[in-house]
Design a protein around this ligand. Structure first.
Ligand SMILES: Cc1ncc(COP(=O)(O)O)c(C=O)c1O
Length: 358
């Protein structure tokens, strides 16, 4: 067993040490080799060392190097060496963290981490919390609590009686709400399209003066940090208007709530603690940048060229009708040199696209 685990340490360490010199998106040859994994279900067990070698030799080159300093896609972040090390130990523990009785250490760690997050973000000290898989699931979980609470106030037990025949719930979102929040509403039976949409300004902030008059059970979804611009909804005004009508206010603060820990940015989170529930991510950082290279087709070509080139990785987006490249600077590993190398690649590829060479 020890030999196997030491072999794993060696392979994983080599991967991590080589991260800065790796392509960000895998090379076509690496992708082609994935076909070698497609074998029939073996009749007999395979040596663990062999499996490990296969994973490393075929799998490692086909990874997207998200842990390096030049991955700027999807507000992703990258694992710190300390997190990787703790994760290895956690894998050895192999705990089922469903209940404290099943894993006292997992329960204790969750409590400590949640307490720290509540403290750091300036949320009410008595609010409860849970660690879930990401902001999509956090939005889903908090909106399920919201659905329960507003219907209970209307005398309806949604867990027992479902949604058929329940008093209708008005759900308010901003015009630039994140797509994953609409997904959560769809999963909860609240509908992604039957929402009341508040118009947004040029930065994607809900316009408080256009907030609707609410009636009956209502849930208002407010955003701290727009994925394209980083803008914050006006929480002070929206929370006051929503609470005047007894609505539940939910905050999607996937990355924006972390502004609370930055002295120069904390003012952006004013009013967000007045809400009733919050979702946030621990793997996202502040700072979204959009770049246009002219018309939509040129911009799409530059993005595709950059992804193929492999120096760095950025995704595309459409912001208020305009196609753009999104740079999510979200990793502890990004250095000034990574920024310079990435900018040089962007300019080189944009030049090649304009000259018709790509
Ligand atoms: C504002 C916002 N909400 C929700 C999400 C979804 O987060 P996750 O990918 O952790 O599910 C994102 C992701 O970027 C986001 O920016």
């Amino acid at each position: 067993m020890k030999k196997l685990l030491m072999n794993t340490v060696e392979r994983a360490t080599r991967y991590m040490e080589e991260v800065e010199s790796r392509r960000v998106a895998p090379a076509p040859e690496a992708l082609a080799r994935l076909a070698e994994l497609k074998v029939s279900l073996p009749e007999h067990p395979t040596e663990p060392d062999h499996i490990l070698a296969l994973l490393d030799e075929i799998g490692s080159p086909a990874t997207v190097t998200t842990t390096g300093g030049r991955y700027f896609g999807f507000v992703n972040g990258g694992a710190l060496p300390a997190a990787v090390a703790a994760n290895w130990l956690a894998a050895a523990w192999d705990q089922n963290a469903a209940l404290a009785v099943m894993s006292p250490v997992a329960a204790a760690l969750e409590e400590v981490a949640l307490g720290w997050v509540i403290d750091l973000l300036g949320l009410p000290a008595d609010c409860g919390g849970a660690v879930v898989t990401g902001a999509t699931m956090a939005n889903f979980t908090a909106l399920a609590a919201a659905r329960h609470a507003v219907l209970r106030r209307a005398g309806w037990d949604v867990e027992a009686d479902g949604l058929f025949g329940a008093p209708p719930i008005t759900v308010v979102v901003g015009a630039e709400t994140h797509i994953s929040l609409l997904k959560a509403l769809a999963l909860l039976g609240l509908g992604r399209s039957r929402v009341v949409t508040v118009p947004a300004d040029g930065q994607g902030r809900m316009r408080a003066e256009a907030f609707p008059k609410l009636q009956g059970p209502s849930i208002v979804c407010v955003q701290a940090g727009n994925v394209n611009t980083g803008a914050f909804d006006p929480a002070v005004e929206i929370c006051a208007l929503a609470h005047e009508h007894g609505a539940w206010v939910h905050i999607d603060g996937a990355f924006g709530l972390w502004a609370a820990v930055s002295p120069s940015r904390a003012h952006l989170t004013r009013g967000f603690a007045d809400a009733d529930s919050w979702a946030t991510d621990a793997h996202k950082w502040l700072n979204q940048v959009l770049v246009s290279f002219g018309d939509a087709e040129t911009t799409r070509h530059v993005i595709a060229g950059l992804q193929t080139d492999g120096t760095c990785w950025c995704g595309g987006t459409v912001w208020q009708g305009q196609t753009a490249m999104r740079i999510s600077v979200s990793s502890w590993a990004t250095t000034e040199e990574d920024v310079e190398r990435s900018l040089a690649a962007m300019l080189r590829i944009a030049g090649a696209v304009r000259a018709g060479r790509v």
